[in-house]
Design a protein around this ligand. Structure first.
Ligand SMILES: Cc1cc2nc3c(=O)[nH]c(=O)nc-3n(C[C@H](O)[C@H](O)[C@H](O)COP(=O)(O)OP(=O)(O)OC[C@H]3O[C@@H](n4cnc5c(N)ncnc54)[C@H](O)[C@@H]3O)c2cc1C
Length: 287
């Protein structure tokens, strides 16, 4: 029945759809190419009270061992660049767009060159780095909300550090319109190169992970607290707290969803007991 909406797979292993590279079986996995089909599918799933979620590049989520519902992958990758105006489908990778626009001498997305996620998820979770985020660049966003299409601007939702009210309202991002500035191509390329070097030096990019596990507490760093609690290299099963950056959990050796979640509990407990700080997860646990 679901086949008419897209490319459907049953009992599908999402190992290559999450950057932790953990095994996770989805009861249904469907790739959608058309916005109208997505709208009909969401209407049907809501009517049936079926469980579903949209997966981007899986770089900010902890998947369950088994997902008893429908995992929806969007294939909305159209890109139109007209002078400094960008129109981009929500599943387009933000790091790819950053590199492409910088090579056209367009300024604004340099901060996003190291973020292995989609534009849609970067908006939903207000991804940011080096004080950069999509918010000041957004002209408008086309969304699906409560089964209806809408066009919104940043005035229509609330946002804060790694959070937007769009996520709370289960909005689906369809297309994004950005306005960039003209910049100096060589300078922009240099910024990206320098920052890539910094990431390579400070993050365990040689292992699968989903980036920072916890949000930084105000005026502090989650990595510093975890490191000072003596937890670097602590491991459960195949999941380990990175030696290079304590706010990264890495999949060292066939880690499972449970290994990662247990490690998260231990980190929270230890940091709370030692520093009275309640670390808030940045990554999202999918149940
Ligand atoms: C090595 C590494 C470095 C990273 N560095 C950074 C960093 O510097 N800054 C930063 O902010 N993050 C960083 N991240 C985390 C991650 O890449 C970002 O949060 C990214 O925006 C997640 O995108 P995604 O497509 O992988 O989303 P996913 O993990 O697939 O999904 C995240 C959430 O977005 C929702 N979603 C996905 N697409 C849509 C859509 N079209 N409409 C509505 N909801 C949607 C999902 O349902 C889920 O709730 C890093 C991750 C890694 C692995």
């Amino acid at each position: 029945m679901l086949e008419k909406y897209g490319e459907l797979y049953k009992n599908y292993n999402l190992q290559n759809h999450n950057t932790y590279k953990i095994k996770s079986i989805a009861k249904y996995f469907i790739i959608i190419n058309e916005i109208a089909k997505l709208k009909s599918l969401i209407t049907l799933l809501k009517k049936q009270k079926a469980k579903y979620f949209i997966i981007g590049n899986g770089s900010n989520i902890i998947l369950p061992t088994f997902y008893n519902g429908v995992v929806i992958k969007l294939n909305f990758n159209e890109l139109v660049i007209d002078d400094n105006n960008i129109e981009v489908g929500s599943s387009y990778m933000i790091n790819k767009l950053a590199n492409e626009t910088v090579h056209l001498g367009l300024e604004g997305l340099e901060w996003a060159a190291g973020i292995p996620g989609t534009i849609g998820a970067a908006i939903i979770g207000n991804a940011s780095c080096y004080d950069g985020s999509l918010i000041p660049l957004i002209a408008k966003i086309e969304i699906l909300i409560d089964g209806e299409y809408k066009t919104i601007t940043t005035k229509d939702f609330k946002y804060s550090y790694r959070h937007t009210s769009l996520r709370d309202k289960k909005v689906i991002i369809l297309k994004v319109f950005l306005k960039l500035k003209r910049g100096k191509k060589e300078e922009l390329i240099k910024i990206i190169k320098d920052r890539t070097q910094k990431r390579i030096a400070s993050q365990p990019l040689e292992f699968p992970s989903a980036g920072s596990v916890f949000k930084n507490p105000e005026k502090d760093s989650a990595g510093r607290l975890i490191e000072e609690a003596g937890l670097k290299k602590y491991n459960i099963g195949g999941a380990e707290i990175s030696e290079k950056h304590a706010n990264f959990i890495i999949n060292k050796n066939s880690a499972t969803s449970e290994d990662i979640k247990k490690l998260i509990k231990i980190i929270k407990k230890e940091v709370y007991e030692k520093y009275n700080v309640d670390l808030i997860l940045e990554q999202e646990i999918i149940n």
